[in-house]
Structure formats: C-alpha cells, structure tokens
Design a protein. Structure first.
Length: 260
C-alpha cells in the first residue's frame, strides 16, 4: 500500500507520522513545493496550479490514495485535484475540525493562516457545524513560516501574538493549519492561564490518516516498515532538515533509516 501527501512544505509531516504509526508497512510519498512555498500569499489560481502540480508528480508514482495535507490548499485546490485524479486515486482533503470541536458548545478558537481565516470556506464550516458554540477565528501571521524554518524564536513570537488575541476562557482550540500541529505543545503552553484548563485540542493529522486508510480499504498489516519517497516541486529529493526538528519528522526519518 502506498499513500501520497501533498503540501507546500513540512506541514504534511504530522499526517505522515500518523500514517506511519497506524500502518508502519505503508509506503509514503511526500510531495512538497520548495520552489513555490509559501502557498498562502499566492492567488487562489496560482496556489491551485502549484498544488495540482505536486499532486500530479505524486500520482505518477501510483499511490493508492492522496492526502492534500494543507488546509489552505484544501480550501482552494481540492476540487481541481479530485476532478483530475478521482476515481482512480482517492483524494482526501484536510478540513479544520470544527464539527467535533463545537459539538459540546462553549468557546472555540480556530487558529489558521491569514489565507484561511475569514475565507468563505471556513465561514461556511462554522455556519454549518458551529452549532451553539461561540467560535472565534484567530489569524496566525508568520507561524507556519516559522515552523517551516524550524525557527524556535519566531515560533514563540508568533504563538505569543496569536495567544494574546485568543479570547480568555477558550475551551477548545482548533489547529486549522497542518504546520501548527508540529508545535502543539508550545501553543498549549502559551495558553496556560488564558484558556480553560484542560484546554481541548483538535488537529487534523490523525483524522485524515484514518480516512485515507478507510478509503484504501486495506486493513491487513504487512511485516516491516514502508519506504519513503520525497519529491521537491516534482523532483526527487530528501527529507528537509527542518523536518527532524520535530518529533513527527524524527519518527519519519528514523523509520526511513535517515540521519536524525
């Protein structure tokens, strides 16, 4: 079994690590776009073309399913990617976990990139699934870029800025960008004393990994560990050094016999 993941950068590492944990035997294809990142500031049309190019490159390796492991790309490019690749290759998008987060009501904050925050896509999700919850959108400028670089000081500054704009007594935090899941512990620490204790977190990595495996329909584990293939803007590449700055990246590197 082979699963491909598409993102502008290392945000896909969280979902890749979830897949590796659930199915150690699965082959993984990581298709990112260092030539065009970050995608967020691009026009929706430009972003769509770049995401589609990464998906096409991964599709050439004949994966059993493909995950668009980026919230912003899922907002703008998911329909185009599905139109081109399905039904031959099931395509799984990444959606902010608003529905389960809002199920119990209370105060919900959604941290997302400026491109996703306030988008019609996210506003529609809030309208459809927000229920009785008091939902606040919090844009996090610079956070995904800082995570991408493995820049701890910049991560802390961006997290502190977003935390200061998160309503007090927030009960639930939705991580609406895959990059943010790599620094969830630092986000949680920044909200101590401001949010409800314990603050409930909702990311997307585990959910999209499980959905990809359901779509493939293959539940039989094979012995051994699957292979890792890395594509950089369609070219063969290696795991970016910044990926191993995070536990999820070190898991991927360790299971692929790469230096950590």
């Amino acid at each position: 079994m082979k699963i491909a993941l598409v993102d502008s950068g290392i945000g896909l590492i969280a979902a890749a690590a979830a897949l590796r944990t659930l199915r150690p035997d699965a082959d993984l294809v990581i298709s990112s776009d260092p030539d065009g990142m970050p995608w967020g500031p691009r026009t929706p049309e430009d972003l769509t073309e770049r995401a589609l190019a990464c998906a096409r490159a991964a599709a050439e390796l004949q994966p059993d399913a493909l995950i668009v492991a980026c919230n912003t790309a899922s907002v703008h490019a998911l329909d185009r990617i599905r139109l081109e690749l399905e039904p031959g290759i099931p395509v799984i998008g990444t959606v902010p976990a608003i529905k389960p987060a809002a199920a119990a009501g209370g105060r919900v904050a959604i941290w997302a990139t400026p491109a996703t925050t306030g988008s019609a896509y996210q506003r529609n999700l809030i309208a459809e699934f927000g229920g009785t919850a008091d939902v606040t959108e919090v844009a996090c400028p610079g956070l995904a870029d800082a995570v991408e670089r493995g820049d701890d000081d910049a991560v802390d500054a961006a997290v502190a800025d977003a935390a200061a704009r998160t309503p007090e007594h927030t009960d639930v935090l939705v991580l609406g960008c895959t990059h943010y899941e790599l620094v969830a512990d630092r986000i949680r620490a920044a909200l101590v004393g401001r949010a409800t204790d314990p603050l409930r977190f909702y990311g997307s990595a585990d959910a999209v990994a499980a959905q990809a495996l359901r779509r493939v329909g293959d539940t039989a584990h094979a012995p051994g560990t699957g292979r890792l293939t890395v594509l950089h803007s369609g070219r063969p590449g290696t795991l970016p050094p910044a990926a191993t700055h995070y536990p999820e990246g070190r898991l991927i590197a360790r299971t692929a016999d790469l230096p950590v």
